[in-house]
Design a protein around this ligand. Structure first.
Ligand SMILES: [Zn+2]
Ligand SMILES: [Zn+2]
Length: 395
């Protein structure tokens, strides 16, 4: 069972009880409804079976104190506004409204910075975050907070390290400017729904219980439009594109979520806007890795360089540096180029950690072979006595 189910389904209504009902009342209501709709008592009646399943689902949540608390919390968090919006958007309460972020950089980058050019930034996408949610039947028409919006952005490795400001183009449902969202043709007004008399909900009797459900005639809005607004075809909503410049701070990490307060969908009837959450993906670099604010790099060196020492020129994200490999350096030794990692706004900086990897040639020339043999003759054997003792014991 998903949280979307929880947001969309009114389990109290399904059991025909008040939200304040005691757990005893819930149990009683469930037993009665379950008995009435039990498949054994209603052989071959698919509606009864469906009702039985719904009642069981509702009781699985409301009958469990902990789950019921969680459910109540979620419904109060996500409980307002969205039903209306959903209804206007086409009658599906709480369904995801199509929404996407599209690539802005095709022409906007102007050719100067190839990082923003055609190829670099194509996998932007986003979905409506489940904020706002579906609240059940329409409530009082007070101000409603706009939905939160979630977007995902892939950053190049360098941009994530240095920080970058990128334009994000968000396409999202917005309020129709022609009718200001009420869906009525200019000069006309929506009328109270004749079926529910403006309440947005109707009651259906089920045995001795009365179920509240969203009015089908007005989709829970409480009003109906007789002459539709030509701009939005009566839905009150249109797709709007807006562009935001989003600042990604230096050192933003893969998987990080950036919140831009008030940059989500606009509120309704004077309510505050929702928030925009940008989920960051960082594309890997072909050379560098990253651990927190340190960058990492592996540099192959020869056995001779490790033995005799050498100066290495290595790249950083910000120019090249020379690193001294002292004579007698073992494979795997990590050298540090200070301050060549992520530089934070406050001046703190990570380092570039260079791991030396002594590479053994797969084949050598005859000259090299004889040079190595004379090297071996001059060199004490590797210290393996501790192993040899064990070999004798176990061998
Ligand atoms: Zn309109
Ligand atoms: Zn109605």
């Amino acid at each position: 069972m998903s949280s979307k189910d929880w947001i969309e389904k009114d389990y109290y209504a399904m059991l025909g009880v008040q939200k304040s009902a005691s757990s005893d009342d819930i149990k009683k209501a469930y037993r009665k409804l379950a008995r009435e709709s039990h498949p054994d008592h209603n052989p071959g009646d698919p509606k009864a079976e469906e009702r039985f399943k719904a009642v069981s689902e509702a009781y699985a949540v409301l009958g469990d104190e902990a789950k019921r608390r969680e459910y109540d919390e979620m419904r109060s968090l996500f409980g307002s506004g969205a039903f209306r919006r959903g209804a206007r958007g086409g009658g599906q309460p709480g369904g995801g409204v199509p929404f996407d972020v599209s690539d802005l950089f095709g022409g906007a980058a102007g050719g100067g910075d190839t990082r923003f050019g055609g190829g670099g930034f194509t996998d932007l996408f986003s979905t409506i975050f489940s904020g706002g949610g579906a609240g059940g039947p329409a409530r009082a028409r007070g101000p409603a907070r706009g939905r939160d919006v979630e977007a995902e952005v892939a950053l190049d490795f360098d941009d994530a390290v240095r920080g970058v400001t990128l334009p994000l183009s968000l396409r999202a449902p917005g309020v129709c400017d022609t009718c200001h969202g009420n869906g009525a043709k200019p000069g006309t007004q929506p009328k109270a729904c004749p079926v529910c008399h403006g309440a947005g909900v109707t009651n259906r009797n089920q045995g001795s219980f009365s179920f509240s459900e969203p009015c089908r005639n007005c989709q829970g809005v409480g009003t109906v439009v007789e002459e539709k607004c030509p701009e939005c075809q009566g839905t009150g909503g249109v797709t709007k594109t807006r562009t935001l410049n989003v600042r990604f701070p230096a050192g933003v990490a893969d998987g990080q979520r950036i919140r831009l307060a008030g940059r989500g969908e606009p509120g309704e009837r004077g309510g505050p806007a929702g928030d925009l959450f940008v989920q960051v993906k960082v594309r890997p670099d072909e050379l560098f890795g990253r651990t927190g604010d340190d960058l990492t790099l592996t540099v192959p060196i020869t056995f001779v360089e490790a033995v005799l020492g050498t100066d290495l020129r290595v790249p950083t994200l910000d120019g090249a540096v020379t690193l001294r490999v002292p004579p007698g350096t073992p494979s795997g030794r990590v050298l540090r180029a200070r301050g060549k990692g992520v530089v934070r706004k406050d001046g703190r900086a990570g380092d570039l950690l260079v791991t030396l990897d002594v590479v053994v040639p797969a084949a050598v020339s005859d000259e090299a072979r004889s040079a190595l043999e004379s090297f071996a003759a001059q060199t004490p054997p590797a210290a393996r006595e501790h192993l040899d003792a064990r070999v004798r014991r176990v061998g």
